[in-house]
Design a binder for this molecule. Structure first.
Ligand code: FES
Length: 647
């Protein structure tokens, strides 16, 4: 008789195996993704499958109720102690006797797909660098002398079919105890990014899960997500101010602090590492997990933060030719970064693209994947520096553009960070020139009933970055400011809200009963013009290099990008003309990229290859950049037609 046929769903993989083959072995032979932590000992239940019985006309098979062997002792014991779900079998115990269709539920797959969050363009498939393996180790035997370590490594290599396996030295002093405490059974956490290595050990069976943290280390804030490496789920997210701020708000002032002060760079290294350490501590506490199972970390950051965090001198980044000390991806022990995590915890630092284009941009490239896009996509990550990517499957280019901090509300007379009380949305009636706005933390428009009471708590404290872009764009559309960026007088514009201020005018957005005013000055408009011209010039330069006049779509990335209204960005001429529905915001794409690198080890190779292949354009040495910049200061701008906007 023929061997029984086994068909696995959802993969559809099928083949014949000798009667009596355990489902797990059949899965291995046919290349089906079925998990196993305990090596088939009936302990972990990661191998659970759901056999189907009856007729499967699609597959042309009928499955008899006795297609799989009856429960054996191990399976019965597992069910007694921990309970097997109705209809489930342990794949390592159940043997295939006749033709059968077997479903592998998502939780039993190693490479399961993480549920995609809104605004994420790509799926994250789980393929973490860390896995658990339960193993039984031979007891010492006087007749066959061998060390505990040799027997442990030998058993794991055999079970996992590994040629090489190493162990972290910090585990050696405790090895004897762990083995004996577990009665010669242990669970090992194995990190496999370059060389498979045991990074943690638990006596007997340890169920897990293991955790990781993805860190987006920005010059202003440090944000982190604590993730379950088995499910991909984010268990805690937190952020704190980068404590380096006290050495300078912007990066260049920190570089000069390092230059001017003996030991200044070391001090900033220590401080930022402490900040990251505190953040990790907060995340572990918030998620309520055991810190010993937090074993992997990924980091993205701009070049200056990168150098300071790794303890490299940032001096060269402050001057041409902006040479990086180290740009490639780094793999290291997290303890080397002075983080108080488990001794075996690993850190992965994404590669930098160039002296001005950091690992944050590399992470954006990984998550937005321009290199996989058939249409030409422009990705802008707006911050103090705008990092700009342009590309498609044929190639990707990158540059950074010195937009300055205006988009973050700095250098704006009423500017502030995005926080409760900040004006974030603005509309101006083109007829009456009267404004209405929304502040962060309140759902009502300023003209709606109950607004005053609703904002009593926070007050109206200033205008944040997205608010300033909207108000300037709205002023332009309402004719309050002209294409050159000049605010008109009350008579010229026809509203008493235009108030004289020195030799120019300001637009009065809000005045509270105590006479405290929030205005947009001509200087504010100027600052926004400079910032948006720099951003536009950078994008335009990449388009020149690529030899195109238009792009197919635009992605606004970054915390700030997530809040910019595409319409207003286009009215200002921040981004090239493009159909509005083709302008999307990607949210915190750098943070997503860090999470992808944490959850998928192939993505690490992908981003490393991608970065090597990116064509780097240095705006500082391109004369065309200056030309584009000057032409782009007008609103929208004088250099290029904006036909789609006008339409
Ligand atoms: Fe662990 Fe089956 S592989 S219970």
């Amino acid at each position: 008789a023929q061997d029984p046929l086994v068909i696995f769903t959802p993969s559809g993989k099928r083949g014949r195996v000798p009667a009596g083959t355990p489902v797990l072995d059949a899965a291995r032979q046919l290349g089906v993704d079925l998990d196993s932590v305990c090596g088939g000992r009936g302990k972990c239940s990661k191998c659970q499958v759901a056999p189907g019985y009856g007729q499967f006309s699609k597959h042309g098979v009928t499955v008899a109720p006795d297609a799989l062997s009856a429960w054996n002792e191990v399976e019965a014991r597992y069910d007694r102690i921990r309970g097997l779900k109705e209809g489930r079998r342990l794949g390592c115990q159940a043997q295939i006797l006749k033709d059968v269709v077997i479903d592998v539920p998502a939780e039993s797959q190693v490479h399961k797909q993480v549920v995609r969050k809104r605004a994420e363009v790509r799926d994250i498939v789980l393929s973490p660098t860390l896995s658990l393996a339960y193993v039984e180790v031979a007891e010492p035997d006087m007749h066959h002398p061998s060390s505990d370590l040799d027997r442990l490594l030998g058993a794991l290599k055999a079970q996992l079919d590994l040629e090489t396996l190493e162990i972290d030295r910090h585990l050696l002093p405790g090895l004897q105890k762990v083995l004996r405490k577990g009665n010669w059974a242990v669970t090992a956490a194995i990190h496999d990014d370059d060389t498979p290595t045991i990074v943690a050990l638990w006596p007997d069976f340890f169920e897990g899960p293991l955790y990781g943290v993805a860190v987006d280390l920005g010059s202003t804030t440090i944000a982190g997500h604590l993730v379950n490496l088995v499910t991909g789920e984010v268990l805690a997210s937190s952020g704190l101010m980068n404590p380096q701020i006290r050495f300078g708000e912007d990066l260049m002032s920190r570089v000069s602090y390092a230059m001017m002060n003996e030991g200044g760079a070391d001090e900033m290294t220590r401080v930022v590492r402490e900040g990251v350490d505190r953040l990790i501590g907060e995340l572990v506490a918030e998620a309520g997990i055991d810190g010993d199972s937090l074993l992997d970390l990924s980091f993205v950051m701009n070049p200056v933060m990168h150098h300071l965090f790794l303890g490299l001198d940032p001096y060269e980044l402050g001057q041409a030719p902006f040479a990086l000390a180290v740009g490639s991806a780094q793999r290291m022990m997290a303890r080397e970064l002075a983080l108080s995590v488990a001794p075996g915890a690993r850190a992965y630092v994404l590669p930098l693209i160039a002296g001005h284009v950091g690992a944050d941009a590399a992470a954006v490239a990984l998550s937005e994947a321009p290199h996989r896009s058939d249409d030409l996509v422009l990705v802008v990550d707006v911050g103090t520096n705008a990092e700009i990517l342009l590309g498609d499957t044929q190639g990707v280019m990158a540059c950074s553009s010195p937009t300055g901090p205006a988009f973050e509300g700095a250098q704006i007379s009423s500017g502030q960070r995005a926080a409760p009380g900040a004006i974030e949305r603005v509309e101006i009636d083109p007829e009456t020139k009267e404004p209405r706005f929304k502040v962060i933390g309140c759902d009502l428009w300023s003209t709606e009933e109950g607004f005053t009471e609703a904002v009593a708590q926070t007050g109206i404290t200033g205008i944040c970055g997205s608010g300033i872009i909207e108000v300037v764009a709205e002023m332009r559309m309402a004719g309050i400011v002209d294409a050159g960026g000049l605010i008109g007088s009350a008579e010229a514009v026809g509203t008493p809200r235009c108030i004289p201020e020195g030799r120019t005018h300001s637009y009065l957005l809000w005045e509270d009963p105590d006479g405290r005013k929030i205005t947009v000055t001509n200087g504010d408009v100027r600052a926004i013009q400079m910032a948006k011209a720099a951003l536009y010039a950078g994008a335009r330069l990449l388009m020149d290099k690529r030899g195109v006049d238009t792009v197919d779509r635009v992605v606004l990335a970054g915390a700030f990008g997530a809040h910019i209204s595409p319409k207003h960005a286009m009215v200002l001429g921040m981004i090239p003309d493009c159909p509005l529905e083709k302008v999307t915001s990607a949210g915190n794409a750098a943070g997503t990229g860090a999470r992808i690198a944490l959850l998928n080890r192939e993505a690490r190779r992908e981003v490393e290859g991608l970065v090597r292949g990116i064509e780097k354009i240095e705006t500082a040495v391109e004369p065309r950049f200056q030309e584009h910049f000057v032409a782009a200061t007008a609103m929208p701008n004088a250099a290029d037609p904006f036909p789609l906007l006008r339409a």
